[in-house]
Unconditional design. Sequence first.
Length: 350
Amino acid sequence: MQPYRVRLSISLFFLVISAGPWSKQHLTAQKLDAALLNNLEYREIGPTRQSGRFVDIAVPNQRPYTFYIATASGGLWKTENNGITFDVLFTDEDVFSIGAIAVAPSDPDILYLGSGEANNSRSSYWGDGIYKSTDAGESWTHLGLPESHHIGRIVIHPSNPDIVYVAALGHLYSENEERGLYKTTDGGDSWTRILGPEVEGRRMGVVDVVMDPSNTQTLYAASYDKVRLPFTFDLGGPGSRLYKSTNGGESWIQLGAGLPEGMLGRIGVDVYERDPSIVFCNDRERKQERHARRGTSTGTTRSRVQPRNDWRGSLSIRRRWNHMGKSKSRWTINRWRSCLLLRANHRRSQ
């Protein structure tokens, strides 16, 4: 050992010895009068709840001035006067994040709610399954699927409110089994997974589902290959695909003509109500370019109608207009309305 190291070790030894009593005195806890705590004012320092995302809207067919607003982390809201005032619903449950809300077309008092938003953000909160209301949102019953965590869309049969389809993504940060497209025929008493593709040994979640308005046996569903891992932000994977069923979900075919292959992100899909042979979808490739595509109900042909370099991941068509389509945006309502206008004759308009 070098001489200077010996001297340093000896110096540190005597320093520790000399500091012993001093340290002991200062480590002795002082008695605290509990009455002093009464004068302290507490303030919230976190964790915070992110707000600002409206994830779904549902309007009863029979009550045009009533609609429901589902939020990513602010619960469920209802208006009965076309938006002049709102009442908050769903306040007695254990979750506040909502991914989907749907009203039964045949009964405006029956609602199905999917908890846990499906936007897969770092600030996304999970849910604990499906809820049902039979009194227009005044009270709720939990129907199961607690490990679905994030639900993208709910579709209710137009004449039978007991038949419901639920697109469940599953856990965001880990693999789990309870993910895919689920169906109930008894109002939620039991659920059956009717679509849950496996890719590379992994179960895929389903983020979107839509029913052909002219044929309730025809369904389109989009799987989403999405699991967020530490220090990663993959946009998707080989399991993001579009599927079609013509027998109420008993069997499925994967659609491919005109659609990109390889690594895809979130896919949105909808059927044009005035002409159900027209199907629109948008997809996001791993190179971060998103496209809107138009296809036929047979799924044999698809054409790209609008390239955009953004990250919208869902699509719906305004059913009472001839020329409008829309896709969700993370920005304002004005941007949401104008971001995608698809004419029925395939022309693009801004």
